[in-house]
Design a protein around this ligand. Structure first.
Ligand SMILES: [Fe+2]
Length: 316
């Protein structure tokens, strides 16, 4: 099998997990990411396992709706996303979540990726890993947010600018991270354009992948071209504990008025927090805020702009 990471340098190994690093990969040349393979994948993707988001045109920032692919062939779905806002119909992105669960060929690829990473950094000890494929319109944006799992973002086609910010205040506050850990909307992090001076900025081209330290806030601007990217997420025992402690801290802060200390990852404090977290989840005290919206449109080749609104569940 061809190597995925062909130009790994000692500097990447030295900076891994402490700084954002840019890697060279070969996935854009893999048959699994050809236009035909992606179209076929969309055709057979299980309903409910993908996210299809439509955002308004330039004047309607931060407005988005969730939709379904319907019967539109995968090839046409990609073409439609590729048109972007050129006809004023707004932008779209399709997230083929957990493609590694849908097709074992991608899981094999991800296994190879982690074994190559391990050969350079030492075994990360992942207990969970997954890959998703993101197909997004020219000019589409992902707003400032942070995620709980370990993460990487790779480019297959098109070009995007990625801004990665330090995982500490003021870029990421303890309250902001607690909100994410308890299932709040990731977009609730406060963004200030002045943060950009402290961002590491990458123009991601096909054959490049970024990996950043845990919880680093980031935002993404597509250039004016169809983008195909892949996302990698992973959990290690330490990341999972960090997640549990952060969620428990949210309870201490919000419901008991305490000022919790930063995460302690072992010892009695950790286990007390883990128990608290489990209890709270059972009691429903922290209702998991869902970022899922009911579908308000379906793709339809016969409809104007290829989008047909659905009556029920219209959202703004
Ligand atoms: Fe993200």
């Amino acid at each position: 099998m061809t190597d995925i990471f062909t130009h790994w340098t000692p500097a990447i190994t030295a900076d891994w997990a402490t700084k954002p690093v840019s890697l060279t990969h070969t996935l854009h040349t893999s048959p699994l990411f050809s236009d035909a393979a992606l179209a076929g994948l969309i055709d057979r993707y299980p309903r409910g396992q993908y996210g299809l988001i439509h955002t308004g045109g330039q004047t309607e920032k931060r407005r988005w709706q969730s939709g379904e692919i319907g019967k539109m062939p995968g090839k046409d779905v990609i073409d439609l996303i590729g048109q972007g806002d050129r006809n004023g119909q707004g932008r779209m992105w399709l997230n083929l979540r957990h493609v590694t669960d849908v097709d074992p060929a991608y899981a094999e690829l991800l296994d190879q990726m982690f074994s190559e990473i391990a050969s350079h950094t030492g075994d990360l000890g992942t207990i969970k890993r997954s890959m998703g494929i993101l197909i997004s319109s020219p000019g589409a944006r992902v707003y400032y947010h942070a995620d709980m799992p370990g993460q990487a973002l790779g480019q297959i086609r098109g070009r995007k600018r990625v801004y990665v910010y330090p995982a500490k205040a003021p870029f990421l506050t303890p309250e902001g991270l607690e909100n994410i850990a308890t299932g709040g909307l990731e977009l609730d992090l406060t963004y200030d354009p002045a943060f950009d001076q402290h961002a590491t900025v990458f123009d991601l081209e096909p054959g490049q992948m970024l990996h950043w330290p845990l919880n680093c806030p980031h935002r993404v601007d597509n250039y004016d071209v169809l983008n195909v990217s892949f996302t990698v997420e992973y959990l290690t025992p330490a990341i999972r504990r960090h997640q549990i402690v952060t969620a428990a801290n949210a309870v201490l802060r919000r419901h008991l008025g305490m000022q919790p200390k930063a995460a302690t990852l072992d010892g009695p404090s950790y286990w007390a927090k883990a128990a608290l977290n489990a209890g709270v989840r059972r009691s429903g005290l922290l209702a998991k805020a869902s970022s899922k919206k009911p579908a308000s449109f379906v793709l339809d080749s016969s409809a104007a702009n290829g989008i047909r609104p659905l009556d029920a569940g219209s959202q703004s």
